[in-house]
Design a protein. Structure first.
Length: 502
């Protein structure tokens, strides 16, 4: 399997119009092939946060992308030093086009803009930026795409999203070959930040994803309980990748109280970082920095959306060198049973550092009683985890409960219709956690998880310092564990956990 992944990386290198080194040059536009088209030359209006300016900027971005395609491998520039408020914009069928964001692109958040926000599908609002059916596309630059999600988050909490639609995501790429994303910052999406599906050959390097979770918590009425330090100036950002002592203590107490009550200590805003899904294949992600209070990467299956597509499994994905703060894991799923079979396989997460994660290793099934699913050949390797708020390792049914009632709660039933096998946990160290369990390992007795390999995995928590023995919550798991690992899984609560010591 690793040989195939190395081949994938080489192929992705051949696909990439730009290397990371080229994109890091101070004058990175000089290395782009073809002509450069500034959105200012297509009627873009800087600074103004109005529906009129947002309409003009969406038109300018869309027109410039089309001109860059027609010109042959052209590049569209969002100039540095300027802020452009926009409604959704898009491109389709482009070849060799680059969108270089050196300035700031913000979703317009006035009431008029929300009223004008398009819904191509009745069930959800359009993404801010959609790119489909393209070849060798690049999204790069040293600027920011900002979803300004506060109003959407608030309306979601109150169940007042217009038309009860799904909120808009930030960036969506679908149905193509060769996608490169580098150096850009994505922040405060109303829902997930980047989603791509049915694409082969994706290369993502040095992307930063940030969500203002402190103000999310304030919307949810939790800021005093969590001891959060929030700037009085609404335009000022709280510290990035840092917690004040009062905040750490508040989050710890919140997590302990919520889990003791059988509740989920999470914010319900679904601000995932990067979601490869619906048959994405041959994906390489490296040097990701994320603070988003949700899944940092969530590899998704087709979920019944692969009819007529060339790919059925989401597969062959490598994620390297991630730096994660207050995330909810490098995640597989959730995977629920479907017909045709939901499938995720051949995924490698390696070289990650976590600080204050809710979960780090996260493999999750979901409910359903029709069809089936497969999670196979998943590796988590070379990871350090500091102060996990919940469990550093979680394999089992998804914990979820949304304000609208969606989700199976804190301790769902295990899923017999999803076959989980060949999960490799290697060289993982977790220290200083808040809970008295090393992790959760839960499968169904009628379809146990098989070949779960725990190799040199050490989990210690604050309970360890008090002389208490940590353990795993284990149900219906079979595999091997090295004697150097700590703790060692026992037979589990159902007596069906069996790990051979090697």
């Amino acid at each position: 399997m690793m040989t195939g992944l190395r081949t994938t990386v080489l192929l992705l290198g051949l696909l990439a119009p730009l290397s990371h080194g080229e994109l890091s040059q101070s004058n990175h536009l000089s290395v782009l092939a073809g002509s450069v088209f500034s959105i200012d030359d297509y009627g873009a209006v800087a600074t103004e946060n109005s529906v009129e300016a947002a309409t003009a900027n969406a038109a300018a971005l869309t027109a410039a992308l089309e001109v860059a395609h027609s010109a042959g491998r052209g590049s569209v520039l969002v100039p540095s030093g300027s802020v452009y408020y926009t409604l959704p914009f898009s491109g389709s069928g482009h070849v060799g086009v680059s969108l270089i964001v050196d300035g700031v692109v913000k979703a317009c958040n006035s009431n008029d803009c929300q009223d004008a926000w398009p819904c191509t599908k009745e069930s959800h609002f359009d993404y801010l930026f959609e790119w489909d059916n393209g070849t060798d596309l690049t999204l790069a630059g040293h600027g920011t795409i900002d979803g300004q999600g506060y109003k959407w988050w608030w309306q979601f909490l109150l169940s007042k999203i217009p038309g009860d639609r799904k909120r808009p995501g930030l960036v969506y790429m679908t149905s193509g070959t060769g996608l490169n994303v580098a150096n850009i910052t994505l922040r405060n999406s109303p829902i997930m930040h980047m989603h791509f599906d049915n694409i082969t050959g994706v290369h993502i390097d040095s992307v930063t994803i940030w969500t203002d979770w402190r103000r999310q918590a304030k919307l949810a009425g939790l800021h005093e309980r969590l001891g959060l330090v929030i700037p009085e100036d609404d335009d000022e950002d709280p510290p990035f990748m840092q917690l004040a002592p009062s905040e750490l203590a508040g989050i710890q107490k919140w997590a302990e109280e919520e889990t003791a009550a059988g509740a989920i200590p999470m914010l319900p805003f679904n601000t995932d970082g990067i979601d490869p899904g619906v048959g994405a294949k041959d994906v390489f992600i490296k040097n990701l920095t994320a603070e988003n209070f949700d899944d940092v990467i969530a590899v998704k299956p087709c979920n019944g959306d692969c009819a007529g597509m060339s790919m059925l499994c989401t597969e062959n994905i490598v994620v390297e060198n991630s730096k994660i703060f207050l995330g909810v894991g490098l995640s597989i799923g959730s995977v629920n049973p479907k017909d045709p079979t939901n499938c995720i396989k051949d995924i490698v997460f390696q070289g990650a550092s976590f600080k204050y994660p809710f979960k780090a290793v996260y493999v999750k099934t979901n409910s359903g009683d029709t069809g089936d699913g497969i999670i196979q050949n998943i590796t988590y390797a070379d990871m350090t985890i500091e102060e996990p708020i919940l469990w550093p390792i979680y394999i089992g049914p998804q914990q979820q409960k949304e304000p609208n009632g969606i989700g199976d709660g804190f301790w769902p039933e295990t899923q017999p219709l999803i076959t989980i096998s060949d999960i490799f946990l290697r060289n993982i160290t977790s220290t200083g956690g808040f809970l008295p369990h090393a992790g959760i390992l839960r499968c169904n007795a009628s379809n146990p998880c098989t070949n779960i390999v725990i190799e040199d995995v050490s989990v210690e928590s604050r309970y360890s310092n008090d002389g208490l023995q940590l353990d795993y919550v284990c149900e219906s798991m079979q595999g091997t564990v090295t004697k150097a690992s700590y703790p060692l899984p026992d037979e589990g609560s159902d007596g069906l956990c069996s790990f051979e010591q090697i």
